[in-house]
Structure formats: C-alpha cells, structure tokens
Design a protein around this ligand. Structure first.
Ligand code: ATP
Ligand code: MG
Length: 442
C-alpha cells in the first residue's frame, strides 16, 4: 500500500482511499472500545479512529499501550469528516508500533505538558531540546528557517553571485578581540572565525561578486535575546560598488526573504500569529536611509542618554526601531566606533561609509556592512592607527597592494532575521540547538 503524507490527505488528495501513514503519536485518548490517536508526520497531523471491533483485540491493546511519541505505521481509510480537525480522519484497519517509548522514562512531550513543565522556554526545554524540536512551534520555526536559507541562496544566485567558502580557523579578528574564541592549534593559537569577510575580500579580485551562508563564532559573554555564540551569517562582497549600491543588495535580500516566506509559508506565519500584511510590507517597501547623526538626535529627543561617537547597543536600537514600520538603514557611523576595514568618508573623515540595517518592531540590527578601506596606503594607516598588528592581516593588506579596487559588502544575521520575521521573543526560538555563554549541550 502507498505511504502518503498527512498534508496530502488534508488537501483532499486521497478521499475515500485506503492509505498507509507513517508517523508519531501526538495525542491519544479513548475508551476500552474506541481509541482516538492524533498521528503526526513532518507535514501535519490527523486524527485516527480505531475501534476494537474492527482492528481486533491484540491490535487494540497495542494501540492503547502506545505512549506519546511512539512511532507507528497505520493502515486505514482517509475519510472526509467535517467534525474532525482539518476536515479528515482515518478509519483505522491496523496499527504497527515501530518504535515504542520506554515506559520507564515517560516524558511530558505534549506541547501543553512541556510548557507547563517549566513555564515555557526555559532550561527544561533547552535540556530536552532534541524532544522539543518535535513540537508544532519548533517544527514551524525550522520550516521558516529553511525557506529563509533558500531565499538567500536564490537571491544571490539569480544575480550571478558565486558561493564562496572561507576557513573557520583563522589567525586574526574581524570584530574585535573581546569576542574571539581561542582554540589550541598544534602548539599554536588559532581562533574561530567571526566573519567570512576578510577571506572573501581576498577572492574579490577573482570573482567580483561573492556570497556565503556559514556559521560565525563570537564569544558573547552577555546573554541577550539576539546574541548566540555560534550564529549563521549570510555575507556578500562585491567589487566596484559604493555604500548606496551595497545597501540596495541588503534591501533586496531582506525583501526577497519576506516575499519567499509569504509565498511558501503563509500558513505557518499565520499559525505563529504573524500579520501577513506586515510581512507583505517588508517584502514590498523601500527601506529608508538615515545618517547616524540623525538617529542620535532622535534618541536624544526621546530622552535617551547617548553621546555622539558611541556605537548603538541593543537597548538604543530597540527604542529607535519600536515605531519603525519598515527596516531602516543607518549610515555614516563615526570612525571611532568602527574597525579599520571600514572606509573613511572622503568628504568628512570623522565618519566611515558604512551601514546597519535595523529591523522594526524593536528588533534592531540585522545587517552590518559598508565600503571597505581599499587603498594600500589607507589600510596601513588605519591598521597602525588602531594599534592592530599587521602580521596576521598581511594577506589582506596584499589584496590592496596588488590591484586594489573600491568594493564592499555586508553580513546579515540569518537567525536574527528568522527571529524578527517569525515574531519570536528570543533568538533561541529559531535555531535547533542554540549556543550561548552558558550552554553547549545537548
Ligand atoms: P551587535 O552589535 O548586535 O552585537 P555586530 O555589529 O557585532 O552586532 P556585525 O559584526 O555587524 O554584528 O555582524 C553582522 C550581522 O551578524 C549583525 O548585523 C547581526 O545580524 C549578526 N550577528 C552579529 N553577532 C551576532 C550574534 N552574536 N548572534 C547572532 N547574530 C549576530
Ligand atoms: Mg554591526
């Protein structure tokens, strides 16, 4: 007999047919004569009705004993029924238990029991993450995530960008020493990469348009709702482009992500309580651009304590973006707030030609990017001025020594984008096994 997906039954593809279903017990209840099993597969869930009279005593006792999360193969008839959740139920002919659940270790894996077990997303759920992944909410998040990754790949590939890989063991910092993970490396020290950028810039004269989606590692000590120690970073680098053009790619990819979610996952978004019109606005709007100075004035106007020259931390971005209705770019940050590879604005050397894209609804930064310091003379001056040793960056300096050209790029935090577009309260909610300063297990 043909195995079918539950979603296909719910979509009316097997009305009245005898079908085989493979899945897991989501709920089970009933009497000594009739059992109602809600069976779940990766596509959905459906109620299966088993009567002692039709399946026989032995099979019925098996069904009764099947604990939540047991895996089953069910044969039966797909029966349209208005009263059933989703409009269908399965009239069961037979049930085979494939993988039982050890009755010695029953686990409260139903959504409500898991939430009740420890009041929601807490240590309990994190300790049992491998089981939490099976809940509807987490399954939904993982599907949204897959769509987001797919959209990023399509966006760049459609524009003829080349996917390019950089090493994860590196010798130097991109984002500053305080968040570097040091690893022993055969008697020497190496670090886990914070960004693909420097190695991508090395290949820019070969490929001109390149991108990646890869993990980046940052030893973020403070635990916030938007920082992981291992996160997925979509980065791009492009030759001959200025800050304005690079921002148009950032806007393009975020709009593409929002549009793909609407096309492929509108049901899932709605199930999370997301307003599809809002996601539609993110997919269709132009994203305004404002200078850092204007943002500082706005914040000061709101009574926020901030001085010119400070980077904007999350608390400030949150206040600034609470009332935005679409993402906004902030440009022209003060040079003193940014690392050496940001290109100084030739019109005013207090600033660098960079941008952050801030997501609305209080989510804040999802992209950081800009033009790179591209002449040999300037890069050496910036490195020395910062007191950064030249040696680990020699290959990077060489890319300027041998035919440097204007170029730039950005990094987009994929998990942050998933968190924002799904409306999650915490970045942990959108990644299967989150890593932060206190947790590398399970
Ligand atoms: P923040 O100031 O929020 O810590 P950043 O300015 O250090 O971020 P960038 O170096 O600009 O971050 O990195 C590019 C993008 O990568 C950020 O805009 C963000 O979306 C994402 N990102 C950076 N650090 C993290 C992290 N620890 N966890 C998840 N995403 C991150
Ligand atoms: Mg940044």
């Amino acid at each position: 007999m043909k195995t079918v997906w539950i979603s296909d039954i719910l979509n009316g593809k097997h009305d009245g047919q005898k079908v085989e279903l493979k899945g897991w017990v989501k709920r089970s209840r009933g009497s000594n004569k009739i059992r109602f099993i809600v069976l779940r597969d990766s596509t959905g869930s459906i109620q299966c009705v088993a009567k002692r009279d039709s399946v026989g005593d032995e099979c019925f006792e098996n069904i009764k004993s099947a604990l939540i999360e047991s895996s089953l193969i069910i044969h039966g008839e797909a029966n349209p029924d208005e009263r059933a959740d989703g409009g269908y139920e399965i009239i069961v002919d037979s049930v085979e238990i494939v993988g039982p659940v050890n009755p010695e270790t029953p686990f409260p894996i139903t959504e409500s029991a898991m939430a009740a077990a420890d009041g929601g997303e807490t240590e309990f759920l994190l300790d049992n993450r491998h089981l939490y992944l099976r809940t509807t909410r987490m399954t939904t998040m993982l599907k949204l995530r897959s769509t987001v990754f797919g959209a990023i790949h399509s966006y760049f590939r459609d524009l003829d960008f080349i996917e390019y890989q950089a090493p994860n063991f590196v010798a130097g910092a991109v984002e500053g020493g305080s968040t570097l993970f040091e690893v022993p490396y055969f008697g020497r020290k190496a670090y886990l990469t914070q960004s693909w950028q420097l190695y991508a810039e090395a290949a820019m004269p070969a490929l001109e348009r390149l991108y990646t989606i890869a993990p980046s590692f940052r030893a973020e000590k403070s635990r916030t709702r938007r920082h992981l120690t291992e996160f997925w970073h979509a980065e791009m680098e492009v030759a001959w482009a200025d800050n304005q053009e690079i921002m148009s790619y950032g806007e393009g990819v975020v709009r593409k992500i929002a549009g793909s979610l609407l096309d492929e996952r509108s049901e899932e978004l709605a199930s999370l309580g997301r307003d599809l019109d809002v996601i539609g606005r993110y997919a269709d709007s132009k994203y305004p651009r404002m200078r850092y100075d204007e943002a500082v004035e706005t914040l000061q106007g709101l009574g926020v304590e901030i001085e010119w020259g400070q980077d904007l931390d999350y608390s400030k971005e949150k206040i600034l973006t609470q009332d935005f209705d679409v993402p906004h770019f902030l440009t022209h940050y003060p040079k003193i707030a940014k690392p050496f590879y940001h290109r100084v604005d030739p019109d005013d050397d207090k600033y660098v030609l960079c941008h952050d894209l801030l997501a609305p609804e209080g989510y804040g930064e999802i992209i950081g990017g800009g033009e790179r310091t591209w002449s040999e003379e300037e890069i050496l001056a910036r490195i020395d001025e910062e007191g950064t040793p030249r040696e680990p960056y020699q290959f990077y300096i060489d890319t300027r020594t041998y035919g440097g050209v204007p170029h730039g790029g950005f990094g987009l935090g994929v998990d942050r984008v998933c968190s924002w577009l799904s409306g999650a309260d915490h970045i942990r909610e959108v990644i299967p096994f989150p890593r932060d300063s206190r947790r590398v297990t399970p």
